[in-house]
Design a protein around this ligand. Structure first.
Ligand code: F6P
Length: 530
């Protein structure tokens, strides 16, 4: 048994689960007077209701004990202080520094990192304001009106998801698009209706070596050069990266580069210059509001007691289900159409961070780590897969995310119906209906856990809060599971093999292929085109 699973408190949680197996959410409400008062939180305009979980006071206490025994508070402090908690890459983890807009010092490796952060933020503001005002001109003197972000993973999903989420805050005269897939459809679909003279590409890549991004950037460069000439690259390309050398080698003027740093992980980089396309879409003031929302949760996470800490509670509930109830998937269902990409964003955040099976000591874990995170917007999801939530054989905890106010001032009907659906689903999952032996097919067992996160309205600030909640939830899970949430070695092998296969496919090399039989046959068919 590992050190974690042999902890007395871990074993206590195993017995909590066995005790609660014979109980259910309905009974828990009946037996605990004013249960709601014990399982809700109000934090800076956010209401969290976690009462419909299969937990009681004893379990809640034990989960908190687990976090305390694993020194969660010290670990949180270590991150905020800039200690090199990403120990496999010997890096600090300081995405939180990006949203602290104060000039308070933060010393890393003997240097205050805040001036550089604020300087890049100021350059981003100046640049996006020039675009929004129509002052940034392309090669032919026309104003830039189209922004195409080329990037993938953390250099795409953050700005893509948030630009869509904040569509109602966007400058309508600017079109902001995202190209990520190496499939040529992605680039073509996004640029075929654009005038190159009015188009700016933002090549976003932390490493500036990612094949998808560099291939798309090369093709975008050819598109610009073929219509505007070689000298147009200067006016139609900017870069966001940590790798100045590679940016220059690509042909982008270093004056047109927005820098970020190794202490910002790709999937945590939205608040760095990776957010440039979002800033252009919604304007610097809204971007700043978003940073403030992030910062409000950063402060809450760092300062609030564990028992009243939203990310901590959400993380421990996931641990409860994943490690003690054998849950393998969790759903996140935002009840706002513009948040439809949130589950996709959270997939990278949580699954790339915590999809690990080697612990801090280099030993394999003997417990489960991250579940499969998935979902899509309500109410659509209700008409697709909620049947399985309600009557399927698996336990799938759900996070419902809702907004009290509509995005539209004149909306008197839609938002109430939307919210009614969200509340109805959470209630039906928890309490089901009375078992009717006459019609067993219609019986709903209930006892299916969910959380409800309720915000005032979807705004830059509340979006920042929401993302920060999940970032810190991911951090807490990593601490409990004793894994490094901040590397991603698991993606490398596939990248390396793809490089080799690409060179075989390009050289039509069918004879000398050192792969397994399956891969060899697939390569052969592709080369022979049959
Ligand atoms: O393939 C995984 C990954 O390294 C992610 O972690 C990262 O967000 C993405 O690729 C893109 O990387 P880059 O910003 O260096 O192009």
């Amino acid at each position: 048994m590992s050190k974690l699973t042999s902890l007395e408190i871990w074993q206590k949680l195993v017995s909590d689960k066995n005790r609660l197996l014979n109980n259910n959410v309905g009974n828990l409400f009946e037996s605990e007077e004013n249960r709601i008062d014990n399982y809700k939180l109000d934090v800076d305009g956010i209401y969290l209701d976690y009462s419909k979980n299969i937990i009681d006071r004893e379990t809640f206490f034990d989960l908190m004990q687990l976090a305390k025994q694993l020194n969660l508070n010290d670990k949180i402090e270590a991150m905020f202080r800039g200690e090199k908690i990403n120990f496999t890459e010997d890096r600090s983890v300081l995405h939180v520094a990006l949203r602290d807009q104060s000039s308070d010092q933060l010393i890393v490796d003997g240097k205050d990192i805040k001036p550089d952060i604020l300087n890049v933020l100021a350059r981003m503001k100046d640049f996006s304001t020039r675009i929004i005002d129509g002052r940034l001109l392309g090669q032919t003197g026309k104003s830039i009106k189209n922004i195409v972000n080329i990037g993938i993973g953390g250099s795409d999903l953050g700005p893509l998801m948030t630009t869509q989420a904040l569509e109602n805050y966007a400058n309508k005269h600017i079109s902001v698009r995202f190209v990520s897939n190496i499939d040529l459809n992605a680039l073509t679909n996004n640029i075929e209706d654009l005038d190159p003279a009015e188009t700016l590409f933002i090549v976003s890549s932390k490493t500036f070596t990612t094949d998808e991004t560099m291939t798309n950037a090369d093709s975008a460069k050819s598109w610009i050069v073929s219509s505007l000439g070689q000298t147009a690259v200067d006016k139609h390309f900017v870069a966001v990266s940590t790798n100045r050398e590679a940016v220059v080698a690509f042909g982008i003027n270093p004056d047109n580069m927005f820098e970020f740093w190794d202490f910002v992980g790709g999937r945590y980089s939205l608040c760095s210059a990776i957010g440039l396309s979002l800033m252009i879409a919604i304007g610097p003031d809204n971007f700043s509001q978003m940073l403030e929302g992030f910062n409000s949760i950063d402060t809450h996470f760092r300062k609030a007691p564990l028992e009243k800490n939203i990310p901590v509670i959400l993380a421990l509930l996931s641990i409860w289900y994943i490690n003690f109830w054998n849950v393998s998937t969790e759903a996140v269902i935002p009840y706002n159409e513009n948040l439809r990409l949130l589950p996709l964003y959270l997939q990278q955040l949580m699954m790339e961070s915590n999809g690990k099976s080697i612990d801090f000591t280099g030993n394999p874990v003997d417990y489960n780590t991250e579940s499969v995170i998935w979902g899509s917007q309500g109410t659509n999801s209700q008409h697709a897969y909620f049947q399985l939530f309600h009557q399927g054989t698996r336990l799938i905890p759900v996070d419902f995310i809702g907004y009290i106010n509509s995005d539209f001032d004149n909306d008197t009907i839609h938002q109430k119906k939307l919210l009614a659906n969200m509340l109805a689903q959470s209630r039906a999952l928890a309490f089901g209906n009375k078992l009717d032996t006459q019609n067993v097919f219609e019986s709903m067992p209930g006892n299916r856990p969910s959380n409800v996160l309720l915000f005032d309205r979807l705004s830059p600030r509340t979006l920042g809060q929401l993302i920060a909640i999940y970032e810190h939830k991911t951090f807490v899970e990593g601490v409990i599971w004793q894994i490094n949430s901040f590397d991603q070695y698991g993606v490398n092998l596939g990248k390396d093999i793809a490089k080799n296969i690409y060179s075989d496919l390009s050289s039509n090399n069918k004879t000398d292929i050192a792969y397994d039989q399956s891969t060899v046959e697939l390569i052969r068919r592709i080369i022979l085109k049959k």
